[in-house]
Design a protein around this ligand. Sequence first.
Ligand SMILES: [Cu+2]
Length: 306
Amino acid sequence: MVSTSSTTTFDNVFLFLLVISVVLLIAITVTMIYFVIKYNRKKNPTPVNIESNLLLEITWIVIPTALVLAMFYYGWSGFKFMRTVPEGAMTVKATGRMWSWQFEYDNGIKSRELKVPLGKPVKLLITSQDVLHSLFIPAYRIKEDAVPGMETYLWFLPDKAGEFDLFCSEYCGVDHSSMVSKVIVTGEDAFNTWYREAGKKAAVTGKETQLKGHELVEEKGCLDCHSLDGSIEIGPSFKGLFGRRVLVTSSGKEREVIADENYIRNSILHPDADVVKGFDDIMPPQEGNVSEEEINEIIRYLKGLK
Ligand SMILES: [Cu+2]
């Protein structure tokens, strides 16, 4: 049972429960069929009172109790293993939002994919920007809820190199099914090179300049719902948006507005104020997620998308 790999640990618990369940299923079904035949009414027209059997009663108390306790023991040790993060684990912040994941590293890197080095334990600090999500990495058998306003965690040991699926496993709205990412496990050297290079870029962006238009709308997750090529997705396309007349519903009343600076600023901070006709009021308010400078940069960027 003692193992450093989450995969082996959880597979062992699963196998143990499965074997017990199958044995019980067969034992109960066989006994049931045997009783149906043996105590058939045609064969036994007169009912008789069956007296107690001490040995049998002790057996069916002792064996199931032992089984249930063994199941508890294995389940508990697996759970404890899952909740005990080894020392020296690399911490990565994971944020779920409608509808993408963002991973943030200690040196400021923000990535849409989870890149980790082979053989080094990783601790994920998980939260959500809007609704309930759940981070699920099937290859490592781990899953944890992402709850807005709260930090949850999980850890795993990337013990095989390669790319693995990362899903949201909590139904979180219309585009839930596209909330898919990857865990990319590479050798320590390759990881360190990426970490250093991408970190340098992140440090520069963080201090001297800010992210430029396209990078910004990508990082903030705008592009998860708004296209740049005019195609209709969850929300209106960004293409040709600036300066256009837009039909919106404001407090239940339909009206026409011009998509100017104020409209865009307001639509980012309070998306429910003017809901564009033909779309649902589902965008979460971005107050606190974008700074004033970032809003200005987004507006500047949208102006160019004619
Ligand atoms: Cu989700």
